[in-house]
Design a protein around this ligand. Sequence first.
Ligand code: BG6
Length: 460
Amino acid sequence: MTSHSKSDILVFFGATGDLAYKQIFPALQVMIKNGDLDVPVVGVAKSGWNLDQLKDRARKSLEEHGGVDEAAFAKLSGLLRYVDGDYADAETFKDLNRQMGVCKSPLIYLAIPPSLFGTVTKHLANSGCSANARIVVEKPFGRDLESAVALNRTLHEFFAEDRIFRIDHYLGKEPVQNLLFFRFANSFLEPIWNRNHIESVQITMAESFGVQGRGAFYEEAGAIRDVIQNHMLQITALLAMEAPTGHDVEGIRDAKAQLMKAVRTLTPNDVVRGQFEGYRKEPGVRPDSQVETFAAIRLFIDSWRWSGVPFFIRAGKCLPVTTTQVWIELHDPPVDLFREAKTERSNYYRFVLSPDVSIALGAHVKRPGESMSGEHAELVLHESDVDYEPPYARLLSDAMKGIATLFARQDVVEEAWRVVDPILGNVVPVYEYEPGTWGPKQARELTAGVGGWHEIEADG
Ligand code: BG6
């Protein structure tokens, strides 16, 4: 099989679980509609179910997430197979092998907890199911640097790195891909995209809801592990990396890896943690939990391009609004010609990645009238309300074709853990904040040197 030949069967473990319900079935339906899926799809789980029950589950999943397209669903039902069995039992894998029939190049998606990866990959190899397989795994890729290294070692026992596809669903999002595109498809940015012109960078990932019944999961994660180590640092890499060289799949991932190596390891002074009032009463949450539902960090990139430019990231639950935004703050002009007492910072690029998508340039323009005084204006360069393809559909389609660009590579994942490792756990206090606010007030102090966090309106 050449590295880009298409997988001839899709196998997913965890077929009766939450991830399959929320993401995988809806993605499969989209893939069918797009003409990207016409091979058998085998669900594996240990639920004592039969194929009809799995089909029912698929229908319910679609009813709740995106709607059923009868034609596509009929096709999906026709492609679906089911293997029920214990992941520790060799018989399960014999059964899988039988279901695979003549298919020889499976894409195997482990939508199961990482603690089961070792058992499953061993059985896959012993049963011959994975001889020519690609494997897809889902975050969390470990819970710190050490466990990430161990997890990668487990996967590498049976799969070479170019056969492993680590999903960080942010990389499958169109507006996130557009960060890279916009940077490198235009020539006007490059001259200013550096420490000489950029004063600071702010990335905000705000969610106006809480942990939505996932308290037990969240207790093991917290905001830093859940979204900063992965989604936020991937965005940082796309914003800050050098232009990739060459046109091969690894060009972009090499550039990201190089960038991530230059990110300075965080210290406790670089982080503020918060927890929304009421979190401890959530089901599955310890009454004295110290887990953060909000984190703000300041990081530096030790490279010629970025030396001395602070990158601020904040992410949290129960904030005033749901939005992900990047603000690139430019330096003030060298001389204040108009002697203005500026009340707001106005020179910036703003990328709104969700819920609406836009790219805007903040500027200062003259206010009409006799005096040479100014007012703030935002020039919207691009706005989009297109319904984007869901990230999981894009990512699974790419994985079926063996295209790895939008997947997290081992070295980037491990470097990202190296960056956050010293701030994991309770190294700094966790401050309570009121739901519907921008986290604890201590987070404001982090950005005091650059005039504070950009104000994000409640409507995004
Ligand atoms: C997941 C996190 O990776 O990303 C969740 O586990 C978070 O806590 C989610 O809510 C956000 O994803 P999106 O695509 O809705 O921004």
